[in-house]
Ligand binder design. Structure first.
Ligand SMILES: Nc1ncnc2c1ncn2[C@@H]1O[C@H](COP(=O)(O)OP(=O)(O)OP(=O)(O)O)[C@@H](O)[C@H]1O
Length: 527
């Protein structure tokens, strides 16, 4: 357990300040072995507000005695797992310690400690005795008189408050660690999905006839080593399908490498694909591996293969036929074992006819063809995809269960030029804007989409004549409040008067619809 990290938690920093200010005492974290984190640093002990403790801790013998007291308290906690409340323990020099045990995932991890306070004021004689003992530890120390005069004294009530604060600090650390574990678990899951499971066929969503045909084909394709050509408009899921083929096939343990052939100019693309030798061109300071070598033993997804220059088409053909290539500036060819999956939104057959794409390469990569239909041709898949993306981009604690029937109808009418990617982005945006709404209303859909479906856009709200009445009423209510907040500059009293409802009712509705984000401050409330 990294207690250093806990030192910097906001709660712990605040607690430390409060304890210093109210009781002139110091908060420490003690680890599961009973070691005070800050006292480990040898002579580098941070200044504690209690000057007597400071003098004691900076002497070897004083530090030993303090450590001993801390260890005794630690032993009590360790020996009894049922002790979950703060305990007070005597220290030397007539001081006391208080500690609250820290349990993370039900394991004892140490305790929060405050040292250096008296339980009762000292009599004159006791003060003299204390001064003498401090001087024994630190002969010649100045200001011992003053240090003893300013000692913090904590009666029962104060000690109770301090104990509560320490227990609160311990519970905050435990909550922080629980949240961290949850996050780690989530990112491990995400990582493991990323290395295979995400790309199961189940993650390709679609039940339309066209998609059913594709699934059948993918089952066969994955188990083979054949080169695949995926055809489809941008955003139809070409890369998703390529990954699924790789991660469901015999090369799943090997790398999956992606390169978009339209992203670079010819020279850069050649060097990216095949690598280069040092000095091959200005700026080539050292040998560099190409992506074909990186993909050795795995799959190389070449996106937009139709944008490759004729010179590179020749090189690609050679890798496909012989498994060899020459790095830029190289004299010896290299050998690789790579499965190629190529993709394009262009009609390669037509390009061959026009002489823009090599015929031999076309036949070499077109062994198996997968055609991904655009979203507008498989609208049956829309509800499934919407549902999938709502789940994919749902944030913890968010209420959104779905889209209102009106919103769904709107999406169903749109032409989706950007295909599934555009739909995914739209759902992600709706989830952000929808705040805590259970059903995401049509009014939140991008104006680009609304205008395309119902030119003029805003007529959508008034034109509505179907669907559930309570949904329609909620949509209208939300819209009126939203517009009103913008119009009045978040003046809730004025808006409540305009709407004919009480201010508190308005505030409740604003919270219900998640409209309180991004508005200017309510000047009246501030006043
Ligand atoms: N059938 C599908 N099921 C689930 N998600 C999909 C589907 N099709 C596409 N997506 C999602 O849409 C987004 C775009 O998909 P992808 O990048 O695979 O498309 P592409 O055809 O390769 O696009 P481009 O040609 O622009 O590179 C990704 O987030 C992908 O997960």
């Amino acid at each position: 357990m990294d207690l250093e990290r806990h030192q910097n938690l906001h709660t712990i920093i605040m607690l430390r300040e409060v304890i210093r200010k109210w009781w002139r005492a110091e908060l420490h974290l003690v680890d599961r072995n009973g070691v005070v984190l800050e006292w480990q640093k040898g002579g580098d002990i941070p200044p504690t507000p209690n000057a007597c403790c400071r003098l004691s801790l900076t002497s070897r013998e004083g530090l030993r005695r303090c450590n001993q007291s801390v260890r005794q308290l630690h032993e009590q906690f360790r020996a009894n797992r049922r002790l979950r409340r703060a305990l007070v323990h005597p220290c030397h020099l007539q001081f006391s310690l208080v500690g609250a045990p820290l349990y993370v995932h039900d394991e004892y991890e140490g305790f929060l400690l405050v040292e250096g306070f008296l339980r009762e004021p000292l009599s004159g004689r006791e003060q003299e005795l204390l001064k003498a003992r401090v001087r024994e530890l630190q002969p010649g120390a100045p200001d011992v008189e003053r240090a003893v005069e300013r000692l913090p004294v904590l009666g029962d009530t104060n000690l109770e408050k301090l104990s509560d604060l320490l227990e609160y600090g311990a519970s905050e650390i435990a909550a922080y660690e629980a949240e961290r574990a949850r996050k780690e678990e989530r990112s491990i899951q995400a990582l493991s999905r990323d290395t295979g499971e995400t790309y199961r066929f189940e993650d390709i969503i679609g039940r339309s006839g066209a998609m059913q045909e594709i699934f059948k084909l993918l089952e066969k394709v994955s188990n083979s080593e054949a080169t695949v050509l995926i055809n489809g408009e941008s955003g139809t899921g070409k890369e998703l399908v390529a990954r699924a083929i790789h991660y469901n096939g015999p090369r799943r343990q090997g790398p999956f490498v992606v390169q978009n052939c339209s992203a670079f100019n010819d020279n850069l693309l050649e060097s990216a694909l095949f690598g280069h030798m040092r000095g091959a061109f200005t700026g080539a300071m050292r040998d560099k591996k190409g992506l074909f070598e990186v993909a050795d033993g795995g799959t190389f997804f070449l996106d937009e293969v139709g944008d490759m220059s004729p010179a590179l088409q020749v090189k690609l053909l050679r890798v496909l036929q012989e498994g060899t290539f020459l790095p830029v500036g190289g004299t010896h060819s290299r050998e690789v074992d790579v499965r190629v999956i190529a993709a394009t939104h262009k009609d390669l057959g037509e390009m061959v006819k026009r002489g823009e794409f090599r015929e031999d390469l076309y036949y070499r990569i077109n062994v198996i063809r997968v055609h991904l239909p655009p979203l507008r041709d498989r609208r049956d898949d829309l509800p499934l995809l919407v549902d999938h993306f709502l789940r994919k981009h749902h944030r913890e604690g968010q209420r959104a269960r779905g889209l209102s029937s009106e919103a769904m109808a709107l999406l169903g009418t749109y032409a989706w030029p950007g295909n599934v990617r555009e739909l995914e982005n739209e759902i992600e945006r709706l989830l952000v804007l929808g705040g805590d709404l259970e059903l995401l209303p049509a009014e939140l859909i991008s104006s680009r989409i609304r205008d395309a479906v119902t030119p003029g856009g805003s007529s959508f709200l008034t034109a509505r004549a179907t669907g559930r009445l309570h949904e329609a009423v909620e949509t209208l209510e939300r819209e009126m409040i939203h517009q009103g907040l913008l119009r009045t500059g978040n003046n809730k009293s004025r808006l409540a008067r305009e709407l004919g409802i009480s201010r508190s009712n308005l505030i409740l509705k604003i919270a219900k619809y998640g409209l309180d984000k991004g508005l200017p401050p309510d000047a009246e409330a501030d006043a």
